[in-house]
Design a protein around this ligand. Structure first.
Ligand code: ZN
Length: 432
């Protein structure tokens, strides 16, 4: 297996920690000096950068949130003058103003290298033809993967989002070997191929690099069998750098975080306490190399866990599990914390389920209700009432045993849940 940067990806753990501490101290000094928001927050907490003498001292520092970025819109969080910024992106803000992020020349170089690391880990080489099906624009996804691919020396097809039939034609004609998109778009591609009568095996496609939304192991198996590829997961967010924070190696046992560039912590999203290694909680990231837009203890809202055990690939960096969803997306149903991806995992374990489902949460009196709408394959027993009931009971039973809450399960017509080019809408919460 190829490793892009063995020096940083295979460093002994104690050396990683030492490098992280040095870079953390430098970052704190820089933000304290150059970013008013950080200086004010540190002052309010009674902290100066010199108080951080070990990685454990990180817990003394205040968090940074999306709200801080909004309050300092557009350039208030930049740590360098605008003349040193060579690229501006923004995050896909769901409400209100988007957040603006900047990169110096060196930030772009580092970013490309971080993306090259996880692309190499997924098996991409200079022989590959990489088709990018993310939208180009303010969103960081397309540019991140684009520059990473070029750095590796692969041939990049900057197709952009949507236009699936043409996307497939290009895949055939240009001999695409690697697809970059969201996992839900990979399913859209598979469905179009089926409709167009294109056999995925007739293509040269061998690997998918999927990110931008949480997805389950079940969806991975489905994509792999329908497109005949190895599907890998990668993680990043615009506020922190874009794609390139972490990505899977071919062992597919968690995403290696580039720890020379990011310091990862897991906190309890309710109490904000730092949790011990292995716990499931919210990922908090501190950037260690960024010049234009450093982030100190940024609350990502993504729920995951960290695994520090050795990986068979030889990399020594910590691995984060596939994200289970966002702490904002966490549904509290009858007092139980539920993530949509947990439900997806259950559905994929049941034969006949399609990767299209929607969760409808509502209230009946004071009681929360959860309805799961599932699309079934065209040819599955709509005509046999007994089998249909068995199927629904089976799903409901499994949901109850995994989540600890009851749900009503409903079958819906094939293709009745809206298909999207970007991110899937999995939850309708009528309680809001
Ligand atoms: Zn590995």
């Amino acid at each position: 297996m190829q490793i892009w940067d063995p020096q940083h990806e295979c460093m002994p753990r104690e050396e990683i920690a030492q490098l992280q501490l040095e870079r953390l101290q430098a970052t704190l000094n820089r933000v304290y000096k150059n970013v008013t928001c950080y200086r004010n927050k540190f002052n309010a907490a009674g902290i100066v950068p010199e108080d951080v003498q070990s990685l454990a001292d990180l817990a003394k520092l205040p968090f940074t949130t999306k709200e801080d970025l909004r309050l300092n819109y557009p350039y208030g969080m930049f740590a360098v003058p605008l003349r040193e910024v060579v690229r501006i992106h923004s995050s896909s803000g769901t409400t209100g103003k988007p957040t603006v992020v900047g990169y110096t020349k060196n930030d772009l170089k580092v970013w490309s290298n971080l993306v090259a690391r996880f692309m190499t880990a997924a098996g991409v080489t200079s022989d590959d033809v990489v088709q990018i099906a993310f939208g180009y624009g303010l969103f960081t996804g397309a540019f991140g993967l684009h520059y990473g691919s070029e750095l590796i020396g692969a041939s990049v097809i900057p197709f952009g989002a949507g236009n699936t039939e043409k996307q497939i034609m290009i895949m055939q004609d240009y001999r695409t070997t690697a697809l970059v998109s969201t996992p839900s778009y990979a399913i859209t591609v598979a469905e179009h191929m089926e409709k167009m009568g294109v056999d995925p095996k007739s293509l040269l496609l061998k690997v998918g690099l999927f990110g931008g939304e949480p997805w389950s192991e079940g969806l991975r198996r489905d994509i792999e069998s329908r497109l005949g590829i190895t599907a890998t997961d990668n993680y990043g967010l615009s506020e922190v750098i874009g794609p390139g924070v972490a990505g899977e190696c071919l062992c597919k046992c968690g995403m290696h975080i580039s720890e020379d560039a990011f310091l990862a912590e897991i906190i309890d999203p309710e109490t904000c306490e730092t949790l011990p290694p292995g716990s499931v909680g919210e990922l908090v990231l501190t950037s260690l190399t960024k010049e234009a837009f450093p982030m100190v203890r940024y609350r990502t809202r993504d729920i995951t866990s960290l695994d520090y055990s050795a990986c068979d690939c030889g990399r020594t960096t910590v691995r984060m599990s596939k994200t289970m969803g966002r702490s904002d997306d966490m549904l509290i149903i009858k007092g139980v914390n539920v993530y949509p991806s947990q439900i997806e995992d259950v559905l994929f374990a049941v034969e006949g389920c399609q990767p299209h489902y929607q969760l409808v949460v509502d209230k009946q009196g004071a009681m929360d209700t959860l309805e799961i709408r599932i699309e079934v394959t065209e040819n599955i027993f709509f005509d046999e009432m007994r089998k249909q009931k068995e199927f629904l009971d089976n799903v409901a039973r499994r949901i109850h045993s995994v989540l600890g809450v009851g749900a009503s399960v409903k079958l819906v017509e094939p293709k009745s849940i809206p298909r999207v080019e970007g991110k899937a809408i999995r939850v309708i919460d009528k309680r809001k």
